[in-house]
Design a binder for this molecule. Structure first.
Ligand code: FAD
Length: 473
């Protein structure tokens, strides 16, 4: 008897084996399963660092699958075109995938699902990228949440399902379809000089993610609430990098936090709350998709934001003359990540001190972050700019100097990332100059700039602009 026709498991941001509902469902059909990744229209437009980091993740999952006797098939092209040809080549009867919620993915997936079904192919989407499907959490009146705290109060009472085990054996087809070669895709091509520097800071793949979670729960969770705002300390989990590519499931992170809380580690409650901010961002991106591109409170579209000026360029290059801001921008350029407190400070400085459109910051983060996430990034930017749901009011301007005094009093963070002016600059600070494009012509020997807008002047400028705008509304 010939082998049964295969199922295609279309992998996207779910590059793991454990707790993978779509994978489990595909294997449960009893048919052979072909894991497929498509360098499609959504991947094509990713920022430089996100694309580079995705490449590392693909390399890792490909090895994991190989160890199980499976091959990760790589193809490039429009998602539907590729799926249609792999179905034709293999005789696959179904395509399974894990759901995503950003607009580009939703548009693609809706089109693919309808087209496949029309062609007589089973098209099944599964949960796994978030804890709670965005449409399963609603207010008492049946609407969606616009404010975080009531959202948290609702979801904390919801049941989170148990994690599914990783497959022990892979149902391989008799013949594997042909695959592109990952190295030929050159997913690091847009990284300028930075790829080698940034690579050192990545902890890629499922095992790294699980180790990270275990270490965090064992060592740092108790101090999380107290120390999580100090960028000079390593007091947070660092899991955003892994969650964004689905190298670990949010459910696995949730259960580890919940177990720690049950065992009396009270810091774990705060950790769960932060994980739920990620959920909230997905709730919002699903229900109010314009959050990605337009001011969530639309009235803010008329705010006289500045466009892309030399001020924004100084901000991007870590040359504002405000050490906390510059340290953070350099940290992001070299490591692909930035501490959450620092994200708030640089976001506030750009949108308030420099009166610059939040979308300019959002785009730069999308290009530089290896933990770039469409939902968390959009929500974070709208939060700092004051135009989002449950946002910090515009008139609440973070002062980057007093913030540094409070959260980096010993200046360990600033010293880690600023080289200029120090007789013995740190290795990390110097690494910035190796990572940035040559065209920026930066070196540690060029004097550190004076503030382009000082911490105190900026507040006044922002408040005047805000009052003038407010009067017109
Ligand atoms: P931990 O403190 O260990 O928290 C655990 C997990 O909870 C995180 O991994 C993350 O998944 C989630 N989480 C924590 N804080 C937030 C938050 N404020 N919003 C949403 N989820 C949260 N996060 C991203 O993952 N990708 C982004 O592109 C991104 N862009 C941001 C842009 C701005 C302007 C701001 C203010 C925040 C942004 N964040 C983003 C949220 C946050 O800064 C990061 O999730 C956090 O710094 C990740 O570090 P960690 O994994 O050590 O977090």
């Amino acid at each position: 008897m010939g082998q049964r026709p295969p199922i295609i498991l279309w992998l996207r941001r779910d590059l793991r084996l454990a707790d993978h509902p779509a994978m489990v469902a595909a294997i449960a059909t009893g048919q052979p399963v072909i894991p497929l990744f498509i360098h499609d229209e959504v991947v094509e437009v990713l920022g430089a660092a996100a694309k580079f980091r995705l490449g590392l993740s693909l390399e890792n999952i490909s090895t994991q699958l190989r160890d199980l006797g499976a091959a990760l098939i790589l193809r490039r092209g429009r998602a539907h075109d590729v799926l249609r040809s792999v179905v034709a080549e293999t005789g696959a009867t179904g395509v399974f995938w894990s759901r995503l919620y950003d607009t580009a993915s939703k548009v693609r997936d809706t089109e693919v699902k309808a087209a496949l079904r029309k062609e007589g192919v089973k098209a099944d989407s599964h949960p796994g990228h978030v804890l709670f499907e965005p449409w399963t959490v609603s207010t008492k009146t049946g609407g969606f949440y616009k404010v975080y705290t009531p959202f948290w109060n609702t979801v904390k009472q919801k049941e989170v399902g148990v994690c599914l085990p990783a497959p022990k054996r892979w149902p391989a087809p008799a013949n594997w379809p042909k695959s592109a070669t990952l190295s030929n895709w050159k997913m690091d091509a847009e990284m300028n000089r930075g790829a080698a520097a940034v690579a050192k800071h990545q902890r890629v793949g499922e095992r790294a993610a699980q180790d990270r979670l275990r270490n965090f729960i064992e060592i740092a969770v108790d101090g999380y609430k107290k120390y999580r705002d100090f960028p000079g300390l390593r007091s947070t989990s660092g899991l955003s990098e892994n969650l964004t590519y689905g190298e670990i499931s949010p459910r696995m992170v949730w259960h580890a936090g919940a177990r720690a809380l049950n065992e009396g580690h009270l810091g774990a409650e705060h950790f769960l709350k932060e994980l739920v901010w990620r959920e909230f961002s997905y709730h919002l991106i699903h229900h109010t998709p314009w959050i990605e591109t337009e001011c969530w409170r639309r009235v803010w579209e008329s705010f006289p934001w500045r466009g892309d000026t030399e001020l924004a360029e100084a901000w991007r290059r870590g040359r504002t003359g405000i050490p906390f801001v510059d340290a953070a921008m350099r940290e992001m350029y070299v490591t692909g990540t930035m501490h959450n407190r620092a994200r708030m400070i640089v976001g506030s400085y750009l949108t308030k001190h420099l009166l610059t459109d939040w979308r300019i910051g959002q785009a730069w983060f999308a290009d530089c972050l290896t933990d770039w996430d469409p939902a968390a990034n959009a929500m974070g930017w709208q939060w700092v700019a004051g135009c989002g749901p449950d946002a910090t009011p515009y008139f609440r301007v973070f002062n980057p100097v007093t913030q540094a005094d409070k959260f980096d009093a010993d200046q360990s963070y600033q010293r880690r990332w600023i080289a200029e002016g120090y007789t013995k600059p740190s290795r990390t600070a110097l690494s910035y100059f190796k990572a940035v494009p040559r065209s920026w012509a930066l070196s540690e020997d060029i004097a550190y700039p004076d503030p382009i807008v000082s911490a105190s002047d900026g507040r006044g400028v922002a408040l005047v602009a805000y009052s003038a705008w407010k009067e017109g509304h």
